[in-house]
Design a protein around this ligand. Structure first.
Ligand code: HT7
Ligand code: ZN
Length: 879
């Protein structure tokens, strides 16, 4: 496998301007004919035409209708004597969709045909210049059996359809927008559609369609509503309308990721599309809304303006994640619900991206090199990339950001561009802004890996009534980054203090953004009448680790009084984190103190705070984030401290949990996934989990019984799964019978069976029982490695999300990991590459885990025919 470097980018030697594709669809042997209009890139010297192609059989190659000599070497088709003048190139080849278990290119799932071309799947369909800067206009003719594949879809507009001999039929599609090959798609199968006609603000009519398998239609209403809401939002917020007459969304149950933004024909993992109250949780409803929006938003940020090369992936992904996050916040509407969205996004960033950025796979938002691009669809490119986009908005303001977007589309519509182009548009649209003054320094966010550590120390001078805040930053010796620090000052009594910055004429109110762009900077505030507590990095205004040196008393002040809901939550998390870290570092059992417990009680019983906020505040920091604070990691010690803290909160607040459950456990009326109801259900589920957790309580049996009853009688999946999780995670005696009942009820619904596997894979480890259960479940008739959702539900749950069950002193978790990576690699390298990343942070593990992890990684690396996907991950882990 070869290392591809960003600095080696060369424009293509040829352009392909138009493509006519013809598919004779057959599961075992599909014939693909591709007629391309090719021209030399005048800017590049003469040379052969080299086309990408993988796992396909070429039948013939014609130039201007004449057969031409060609060679195939290492997944390329080389034509040495390509003409200098524009020419027509025709290639005919075959591929085998049925055997395509990698789910990249053209494959079958449930008897239908689907494609997945990002990043480099198109070359598994036919030979092509399969790179995002080669943009062509596609016309696609599909021919297939009419009974088995009554629905034939591709990008753009349907221009013709009709009957053929032998019970076959055809459909011809034309997409007027030039696009890179990664946005090509086709679908053929026995599908049904929910349809909706909509008129946009500009007065244009559109047809929206959601295609699924027969029987799933009633689960498409939420996706359709989410799609309509996304359209309305993008037009209102960014003046970006839908540019197609028809916009199609299709569900498929075998899919490597969440969804794919193919032009006018988005393809979705059914887990990111289908929802019903009886089978989907609130988390599913919210995930579906944001993924539907994400793919829809790509139509502008990704499709109309695309990436010049794959190093620029965050240009479309970071920006589109930012857009879907903003959409979800706007949909949540109320300020407190917006804060809940932000907290959830930050929790996700800390759980996934922070460990990535300090582990074997650390890379900049715009990576400098890769072996397999599929390995770089990462939390850094997506979530940290979105934080970088958010910082633009923080620095230029919301209106300035919108101006920047407008300029970006004015300049680059229809082009394949770079992250630099986006930065330049933002800066040029906002002359004189805090961004434009230091654009070059700001752009270090694209090139610097690692999470910057910001240290903040304040000193108050009561005599001069000044408060000086000194901020410094450090990131493994890298040049300073531009860090917007949104902040305010709060008195210990809760007073919100005015901010008057020394040296500034203007008064900035109670909240402002300080821009830290040096290694160290001091800011002095005048007329500060009482000693303040600084509330820094409000709304998590930059993706950094902050050490603000605040005492427990300061944090309690913020938890109680901060006007910024994010920082109230953060203060509670910090109080918990400090206690957990102290226990882990000292090796002593965790004992929660009254001050912390009382603070949590006040939050739980607070008359004004939303249930959703309470649930987040009373949920302890994640184990991966805790591990990030330590140089040497003992996963068992972290888990023990978290479990102890949980149990003590369960015990000390028992009466309060009962009250919270009674107050939130029943919601009148039918199921609605609105923020208030979602918050109530989440708090009720946490309360129930806490009440079942303490098996020594006098009324333990009562609560176990109530949980079981709730599980049986639940009117929606959020309540049902919440009650089941309380029983399973609490180690309740009734857990096994509830699990059995759940499976019996839902065995016909694969997405619910996934939940059943996942719950068991994530169950807290007790004397090795979880691990043993997972191994036994591998043999369950419903388990298969071939379906990525199913593989993820059991194996990823254990290896990625259950550290205490995975990191075992006897190394059995690592042996399991190696076996599964190798087994998966033979089926689906992309999914195997993801699983391989469970060992990203092995070097920080303490004894006996580290040497055992090393041995398992070496075992995988020793396999000679590993995919480039897995090889790149394990070699980086060993480097
Ligand atoms: N742009 C897509 C990324 C993607 C993908 C999707 C499905 C299967 C394989 C894939 N490889 C890359 C998804 C997105 O970010 O919207
Ligand atoms: Zn995306």
């Amino acid at each position: 496998s070869t290392l591809i470097r960003r600095e080696d980018y060369l424009a293509p030697a040829f352009w392909i301007r138009k493509v006519e594709l013809c598919f004779d669809l057959d599961p075992l042997k599909t014939i693909v004919t591709s007629k391309m209009q090719v021209e030399r890139n005048a800017a590049v010297a003469h040379g052969p035409l080299k086309l990408h192609g993988e796992e396909i059989n070429v039948l013939r190659v014609l130039i201007n209708g004449e057969s031409v000599s060609f060679r195939t070497e290492d997944d390329t088709l080389v034509i040495d004597n390509a003409p200098d003048a524009d020419f027509a190139l025709e290639i005919r080849n075959t591929c085998c969709p049925e055997k395509n278990t990698a789910l990249s290119g053209l494959y079958t799932s449930g008897g239908s045909f689907f494609t997945q071309c990002e990043a480099e799947g198109f070359r598994r369909i036919t030979y092509f210049l399969d790179r995002p800067d080669v943009m062509a206009v596609y016309t696609v003719l599909m021919r297939a059996d009419k009974t088995k594949y009554p629905v034939l879809l591709s990008n753009g507009n349907l221009v013709e359809q009709g009957e053929l001999d032998n019970n076959r039929h055809f459909a011809k599609w034309h997409d007027p927008f030039p696009k890179p090959s990664y946005l090509f798609a086709l679908v053929a199968g026995d599908l049904v559609a929910r349809e909706q006609r909509v008129r946009t603000r500009g007065g244009k009519d559109h047809l929206l369609q959601v295609f699924v398998r027969r029987g799933d239609l009633e689960k498409t209403e939420h996706a359709m509503n989410s799609l309509i809401a996304s359209m309305v939002w993008d037009e209102a917020r960014f003046k970006l309308p839908l540019d197609l007459e028809r916009f199609m969304v299709v569900g498929v149950s075998d899919f490597n990721m969440g969804a794919m933004e193919n032009k006018g024909l988005n393809i979705f993992n059914t887990s990111a599309l289908l929802a019903s109250p009886a089978t989907s949780t609130d988390a599913d409803f919210s995930r579906i809304e944001s993924i539907v929006a994400h793919e829809y938003f790509h139509n502008w940020t990704g499709n109309r303006v695309t990436c010049r090369d794959w190093f620029q992936l965050s240009l479309k992904e970071g920006l589109t994640v930012f857009r879907d996050q903003e959409f979800s916040m706007d949909m949540a509407a109320a300020p407190s619900a917006r804060a809940v969205c932000r907290i959830q996004d930050v929790r996700q960033l800390r759980a996934m991206q922070f460990p990535e950025d300090s582990g074997a796979m650390a890379h900049p938002v715009r990576p400098d090199s890769y072996v397999e691009i599929n390995n770089f669809y990462t939390a850094t490119v997506y979530e940290k990339g979105a934080e970088v986009v958010r910082m633009y908005q923080t620095l230029v303001g919301r209106a300035g950001f919108e101006k920047g977007m407008t300029l970006y589309f004015e300049r680059h519509d229809g082009q394949a561009v770079t992250c630099d182009d986006f930065a330049q548009a933002m800066a040029d649209a906002n002359p004189g802004s805090e961004l434009t003054k230091r654009l070059d320094a700001f752009k270090r966010w694209y090139s610097t890996p690692g999470t910057p550590r910001v240290t903040a120390r304040g000193s108050y001078d009561a005599i001069s009534r000044t408060y000086t805040l000194t901020l410094s930053q450090q990131n493994n010796g890298a040049a300073p980054q531009v860090i917007p620090v949104a902040m305010g000052l709060i008195g210990h009594g809760g007073q919100v203090l005015p901010l008057e910055l020394q040296g500034e004429a203007e008064y900035h109110g109670n909240e402002r953004v300080l821009v830290l762009d040096q290694a160290e900077q001091s800011f002095t505030f005048l007329n500060v009448f009482v000693e303040p507590v600084p509330s820094l990095l409000r709304g998590f205004s930059a993706p950094v680790l902050l050490d603000d040196g605040l005492s427990d008393a300061d944090l309690l002040t913020l938890l109680t009084h901060d006007t910024d809901a994010f920082n109230r939550w953060e203060a509670g998390q910090r109080l918990a984190l400090n206690r957990i870290l102290a226990a882990v570092r000292s090796g002593t059992p965790l004992q929660l103190d009254a001050a912390y417990v009382d603070a949590m009680r006040s939050v739980l019983n607070h008359p004004q705070l939303d249930a959703a906020f309470k649930e987040l505040a009373l949920t302890l920091p994640g184990e991966a984030y805790i591990a990030e604070q330590l140089d040497v990691v003992d996963p068992q010690a972290i888990h023990a401290a978290v479990e102890a803290a949980q149990l003590q909160l369960a015990q000390a607040l028992r009466a309060d949990w009962v009250a919270a459950f009674e107050a939130n456990g029943t919601i009148a009326g039918g199921y609605q996934p609105d923020p208030v109801s979602v918050g109530k259900r989440s708090l009720a589920n946490l309360a129930l989990a806490m009440l079942v957790l303490d098996t020594q309580a006098a009324d333990a049996a009562v609560w176990q019984g109530r949980a079981y009853q709730r599980f049986k009688d639940a009117g929606n999946m959020t309540d049902r799964l919440g009650a089941l999780a309380a029983l399973v995670n609490g180690g309740a005696g009734l857990a096994d019978s509830a699990l059995e009942r759940f499976h019996a009820l839902f065995k016909a619904d694969p997405l619910v069976v996934d939940k059943w596997f996942a719950l068991q894979g994530r169950a807290p480890e007790r004397e090795g029982r979880t691990f043993a259960k997972v191994k036994a479940l591998l043999k369950h008739p419903d388990f298969t490695l071939k379906n990525p959702n199913r593989a993820r539900s059991l194996i990823f749950s254990l290896c990625m999300f259950n550290p205490a069950a995975f990191h075992r002193a006897d190394a059995a978790g690592y042996v399991f990991w190696a076996d599964q990576v190798l087994a998966l690699d033979a089926i689906n390298p992309q999914v195997a590459g993801r699983l391989a990343r469970a060992m990203d942070r092995w070097t920080t593990l303490t004894e006996p885990y580290r040497p055992a992890a090393l041995e398992a990684i070496r075992r995988v690396a020793a396999k000679p025919d590993l995919s480039p996907d897995v090889r790149e991950i394990v070699e980086r882990a060993l480097a």
